[in-house]
Ligand binder design. Structure first.
Ligand SMILES: *[C@@H]1O[C@H](CO)[C@@H](O)[C@H](O)[C@H]1NC(C)=O
Ligand SMILES: *[C@@H]1O[C@H](CO)[C@@H](O)[C@H](O)[C@H]1NC(C)=O
Ligand SMILES: *[C@@H]1O[C@H](CO)[C@@H](O)[C@H](O)[C@H]1NC(C)=O
Ligand SMILES: *[C@@H]1O[C@H](CO)[C@@H](O)[C@H](O)[C@H]1NC(C)=O
Length: 440
């Protein structure tokens, strides 16, 4: 009996792990497949010499986008006062018994505008996740995916009725600059909860989590004497596909490439040598040949550390060179000394010099993997099982009479003075093809 239950548990865990790894592979692919064009955007101007790096002639003339002109982005959530987020929502208790949900322990979540993938949480079968809008009247929560929300609040887009116990949840994976076409000021009083990568969200929707990294190591311990440098024949790789000049990672990378060789793949680089869509194995093996991976985020925003760090580099044993969230966020959220932060260097040239030094010094290079054999002393929080399971857990634990609504989701999301992201030098349409950039 106990054995049968254990076996069932084992199988469920196995299934969960398999599904998790499929999802992670998908996420790792997100950036460079989401925008892969069906045809090469501008074939005539792409050169075939893949050894050369740097920008095409003419591209460097972007005086208004020089990095030195940008403020160094050094804010972090912890530098805000304790009750930062509570200024933007109201909480109350609704004791009227008829307003509490009546179903037993089962939970129903309707994903109102689900993107292509199917929402699932295999470890909690009592939590039904569906994209079937017909079920909304009985739902405990309705999820709204950030990518297809109306630009201005429009009641016709949303469910017609709204039971008072039901939670409407703003579900977002990217950072505020990605949602800049949405007028969140018009969304006051709409959402009860938020689900994002920010740790002050009601439900965490991380790109990766330190517990997951150490959990995997507990199952497959790392060899403390392994020489990672010896396994690598190449230096720096960058898979990049959102290629718009106004992103501050481009002036930085361009300057860096003047001083050191970087192999660029994805939409912005050598597409022909890019792994085929959905070939996770090819992608992983490609990256593993390199010592360093440029984990340069699209935008610099607090807490915003994505699959570029967690999946593309860390999991493939390529030391992440990070540009994005401030160093203090990395210190809080990622394994110690697992990355090289660009802000630690006076200039891209100084960074290039350091990377060359590490290339010549295996012992120093291998120190970036030491965290793998030094688990943290403090106990880790419970294993992060993915956004939707976190949601199910939270829904099953919340008090039935607890109420909350975001009165000013705009300021919660972007910061009281819009300080959560480095300001943009360009505020036009996100994917304006005039600003596309390519590396050879
Ligand atoms: C990529 O392949 C296409 C078609 O095979 C070819 O025309 C083009 O020159 C190649 N580009 C590069 C950068 O190798
Ligand atoms: C952040 O930047 C401001 C202004 O540039 C500076 O005064 C402050 O010392 C910096 N803070 C940190 C933690 O680096
Ligand atoms: C979020 O991070 C801050 C800063 O480290 C920390 O004090 C706080 O406890 C975290 N909140 C949650 C909900 O994890
Ligand atoms: C959600 O917000 C709406 C609108 O303010 C409110 O009527 C409802 O009671 C809230 N529900 C929960 C569960 O917080």
């Amino acid at each position: 009996m106990a054995f049968a239950r254990q076996k069932g548990y084992f199988l469920t865990s196995l299934a969960t792990l398999m599904i998790l790894s499929v999802c992670l592979t998908y996420l790792a692919y997100r950036e460079y497949t989401s925008l892969l064009p069906t045809t090469t955007p501008n074939p005539t101007s792409r050169q075939t010499n893949r050894r050369s790096t740097g920008l095409r002639p003419g591209v460097e003339k972007m005086p208004h986008m020089q990095r030195s002109a940008l403020p160094r982005f050094n804010r972090s959530i912890s530098s805000f006062s304790e009750d930062f987020s509570s200024r933007f929502y109201s909480v109350w208790t609704d004791d009227a018994s008829q307003s509490a949900r009546k179903t037993g322990n089962d939970i129903t979540v309707v994903f109102w505008n689900a993107p292509g993938w199917r929402p699932r949480c295999p470890s909690m079968p009592q939590c039904a996740l569906t994209a079937d809008r017909q079920q909304y009247e009985n739902a405990d929560a309705v999820l709204f995916w950030f990518k297809s929300l109306p630009h201005v609040y429009d009641k016709d887009f949303f469910p017609k009725t709204r039971p008072s116990h039901q939670r409407w949840i703003y579900y977002v994976r990217d950072c505020p600059h990605f949602t800049r076409d949405t007028d969140f000021a018009s969304y006051g009083g709409v959402f009860n909860w938020t689900m994002s990568y920010r740790n002050d969200s009601d439900v965490l929707a991380h790109w990766g989590h330190i517990t997951e990294a150490y959990h995997q190591l507990a199952q497959h311990p790392a060899d403390p004497n392994r020489n990672y440098a010896k396994e690598k024949s190449k230096l720096i790789i960058w898979y990049v596909s959102h290629c718009y000049k106004y992103m501050s990672r481009f002036p930085y990378a361009t300057e860096l490439m003047k001083h050191i060789q970087v192999d660029v793949f994805g939409r912005c680089g050598n597409i022909n040598k890019t792994c085929p869509r959905n070939d996770g194995r090819c992608f992983r093996e490609h990256i593993r040949q390199y010592k360093f991976y440029l984990a340069f985020e699209d935008f610099k925003c607090v807490d915003y550390i994505t699959e570029k760090y967690w999946d593309n580099s860390l999991k493939n044993d390529a030391v992440p060179v990070v540009l994005g969230a401030p160093r203090s966020d990395f210190e809080r959220l990622t394994p110690p000394n697992s990355y090289i932060h660009v802000d630690d260097f006076e200039s891209p040239e100084a960074l290039a010099k350091y990377l060359k030094y590490l290339d010549q010094n295996d012992e120093e290079y291998n120190k970036y993997f030491a965290w793998k054999t030094q688990p943290p002393k403090n106990p880790l929080p419970s294993l992060f099982e993915g956004d939707l399971c976190e949601l199910c857990k939270k829904l099953s634990n919340v008090s039935p009479t607890e109420r909350k609504v975001y009165t000013d989701i705009d300021r919660w999301w972007r910061g009281q003075n819009y300080e959560f992201c480095e300001p943009l030098v360009y505020t036009g349409p996100f994917m304006d093809p005039r600003y596309l950039i390519f590396y050879n």
